[in-house]
Write a protein that binds this ligand. Sequence first.
Ligand SMILES: [Cu+2]
Length: 132
Amino acid sequence: MNKVLIGSIVVMVLAVSGIFFLLRGDRSTSPIDPSGQTNVSVVQGKQVIEINAKGGYAPRVTLAKANTPTVINVQTNGTFDCSSALTIPAIGYRTMLPSSGTTPIEIPPQQPGTTIKGVCSMGMYNFAVNFN
Ligand SMILES: [Cu+2]
C-alpha cells in the first residue's frame, strides 16, 4: 500500500519536474517576442528595433508597440547598394548610411495602427514597422 503511494508520488514529482524542465528549455530557445520576432527589444523603457540594410532591408515587416518611444537601429555591413540611401517619409527623415555601422533613428510614440515605412532613395527597397 505504502510502496504504491510512494511510487506514485515519485512518478508525479518526476513528471512535474520534467514539465518544468521542458518549459524552461522552451523559453530559453524561443525569441524575445512570442510572434517570432527577434529584432525588437525594450531597453530602459525604449523600444529598440534592429533593421539590416544590405541589398534591401531585413526584416521587411516588424510589429512594434504603439505609444512607446522607439529607436530604429539601422545596421550596415559592407553596404554599397542603394539601400544605404534611406528615407522615412512619415517623419521627414533622409540619410546616407555609412557602408558599415549602426545608425540610430528616433521615432516618436506612434498611434496604434500606424505604419512607418522606410524606403531607399529609388523606392526599390522598403521595410515597414507596424505599431499596435
Ligand atoms: Cu534603391
